[in-house]
Design a binder for this molecule. Structure first.
Ligand code: PGA
Length: 264
């Protein structure tokens, strides 16, 4: 599908895998604690890859305490592009930092769809995240209609360029991209290994074009969309796939732990 992949990032796999659980609008504080304590028990000794949990805002405080001094890191699911002020209902990066949040998911397709978040807004949020030393996980991905119309490459190029606009090379190197084909999210349909590899390789290529090759070599690209224990091993072994953003299967201790273990 993609023509000019002259930037070959598939030679090595020097990037550490990062597997994040996106709990979306699920889990009370008590349920969140149950889950994260289970994850800690199961995965407390894993050093080979980065493990992140992204609970809803209301559980960040308690989950943060539960994973203190562990190998599990904390992420949020969204944040404001503003640092403070009259923005009712919004949460600023600095507020997330109070709970030792390290990562923040930005521009998830559900927010693009339901809250009409644009690439330009996502870019502002990514800059605000870096301003507070949070690592953004910027989500991109095409719809089924776009893929079938042969527009995947074009759609991704626009999303990658515009959602990361204004980041300098240093900031880009500390940014994570999540490639989540919209048709694979919560549907049980996963991209094939060939589709995932081809698309991730294209995104690494794009980063080389927009920033430079050394930046592209640093940026980790997670795959998201119906990742489960049975497909994690194959997906995570692909040269340009550097981790996973897991929705449904991250809500249960066993399946999340198995995804991580199968990825090592
Ligand atoms: P899913 O969700 O694993 O349930 O498909 C992934 C996501 O939305 O990040």
């Amino acid at each position: 599908m993609f023509e000019n992949s002259d930037l070959n990032l598939t030679m090595d796999k020097e990037r550490k895998l990062i597997i994040a659980g996106n709990w979306k609008m699920n889990k009370t504080v008590a349920e969140a604690l149950d889950l994260v304590n289970g994850i800690k028990r199961d995965l407390g000794n894993v050093k080979e890859l980065d493990i992140v949990v992204c609970p809803p805002f209301t559980a960040l405080g308690e989950v943060s305490k539960a994973i203190l001094k562990s190998n599990i890191r904390l992420g949020a699911q969204n944040m404001s592009e503003h640092n403070f002020g009259a923005y009712t209902g919004e949460i600023a990066a600095g507020m997330l930092k109070e709970f030792s949040v390290r990562y923040v998911i930005l521009g998830h397709s559900e927010r693009r769809q339901y809250q009409k978040e644009s690439d330009a807004l996502v870019a502002k949020k990514a800059l605000a995240a870096h301003g507070a030393s949070l690592k953004p996980i910027v989500c991109v991905g095409e719809t089924l209609g776009e893929r079938e119309a042969g527009k995947t490459e074009k759609v991704l190029e626009t999303q990658v360029r515009d959602s990361l606009a204004g980041l300098n090379k240093e900031q880009m190197g500390e940014t994570i991209i999540a490639y989540e084909p919209v048709w694979a999210i919560g549907t049980g349909t996963t991209a094939t290994a060939a589709q995932a590899q081809e698309t991730h390789s294209f995104i690494h290529f794009l980063l080389g074009k927009i920033f430079d090759e050394s930046v592209a070599r640093r940026v980790r690209i997670q795959y998201g969309g119906s990742v489960k224990p049975s497909n994690a091993r194959e997906l995570m072994s692909l040269p340009d796939v550097d981790g996973a953003l897991v929705g449904g299967a991250s809500l249960e201790e066993r399946s999340f732990a198995d995804i991580v273990k199968n990825s090592i």
